[in-house]
Ligand binder design. Structure first.
Ligand SMILES: Nc1ncnc2c1ncn2[C@@H]1O[C@H](COP(=O)(O)OP(=O)(O)O)[C@@H](O)[C@H]1O
Ligand SMILES: [Mg+2]
Length: 308
């Protein structure tokens, strides 16, 4: 699978003088679901707006399926569906008409069966004759998704697709998105919900303060999730670790009062039993033990705070 979207050295400084992106490089693989995970203000909306050609970069370049987003805007834009973060839809039109119109607007022939399937998938079928202004916030968000799907884009951008959507509907949307991926659509979504990235993405890109801190396979991140630590709290602090414990690579904290051992929680042998035996044999007295597991949340929080 080659990359379908290529972002090279993209920076963005808004007219206010605020620099929202610092030399971002990103390669999006055809057919994947990439989640851009980052706190508010990280630059997620700015980045996808630049990729879609809605906002101009201050420097750098973006190609979509080989087309330059600025110089070949029309060719590139035809391949892209975007579901914006802000809900701007508010009209007297019906859901059915609005979605059908969106398909026509993008130069596609009418396809009522497709529109029906999209509305059913997004639990909007029973609202097809309702006017948009009567919809709830969650329904409006799903309507925006339906509109973007109506013209069958190859690449779909979802900017915070489930913000303000309740948990049950959120699951339904996740299912819709993975079905689209199965149909070959490349999906880029932004989120500040770690759970959402964990649930949906093939790869996760962490973005903070205008910089991409990492882009990694979710499976790899999940392995990091499997890392556990055991903290041994001692009665008396140790100045230096006895030679017999050297190979455990313990971390000394709290002036030598706490020794922390890291191990793979998924492994057959964790080494804990032997460690505790060796600690006792070295004459160290245990006061307490604590285990903890690093979560994606922790990894994320550490990354973001290191960057600031
Ligand atoms: N039109 C704009 N003019 C000036 N600053 C902006 C504009 N849009 C966004 N910003 C600023 O750029 C930064 C990134 O914003 P944004 O891309 O919306 O982040 P995110 O989507 O991750 O929350 C923020 O500090 C935001 O205040
Ligand atoms: Mg945003």
């Amino acid at each position: 699978m080659g990359s379908i979207v290529s972002v090279q050295g993209v920076t963005k400084t808004y007219a206010s003088g605020h620099q929202a992106l610092h030399s971002v490089d990103l390669a999006i693989q055809e057919g994947e679901i990439l989640a851009l995970l980052g706190p508010n203000g990280a630059g997620k909306t700015t980045l996808i707006s630049i990729i879609c050609g809605i906002v101009n970069a201050s420097s750098g370049s973006v190609t979509v399926a080989g087309y330059d987003i600025v110089k070949q805007f029309r060719e590139a834009r035809r391949l892209i569906g975007i579901v914006p973060q802000e809900l701007t839809t508010n009209s007297f039109e019906t859901v059915w008409d609005d979605v059908s119109f969106s398909r026509g607007l993008h130069g596609c022939k009418p396809d009522p069966a497709l529109i029906e399937r999209i509305l059913k998938d997004l639990s909007l079928w029973d609202k097809k004759d309702a006017t948009i202004m009567t919809l709830s916030g969650g329904m409006k968000r799903r309507l925006l998704i339906a509109k973007a799907l109506s013209y069958q884009p190859r690449i779909l951008f979802l900017d915070e697709p489930t913000a303000g959507v309740d948990v049950t509907l959120r699951k339904g949307m996740w299912e819709t998105v993975s079905r689209l991926r199965d149909e070959g659509v490349t999906i880029i979504l932004t989120t500040h919900y770690i759970e959402e990235a964990e649930e949906m993405a093939d790869r996760v890109g962490v973005i903070s303060q205008g910089r991409i801190l990492l882009v990694e396979d979710k499976q790899v991140l999940m392995q990091k999730l499997g890392e556990k630590s055991l903290s041994i709290i001692l009665h008396e602090p140790v100045e230096a670790l006895p030679e017999s414990l050297a190979h455990y690579q313990l971390e000394r904290t709290d002036n030598g009062r706490i020794l922390t051992y890291r191990y793979d929680g998924n492994a057959e042998r964790t080494g804990i039993t032997r460690l505790l035996g060796d600690v006792a044999a070295a004459g160290l007295r245990l006061k307490d033990l604590q285990t903890s597991q690093s979560s994606l949340e922790e990894i994320f929080v550490n990354l973001v705070s290191e960057a600031s």
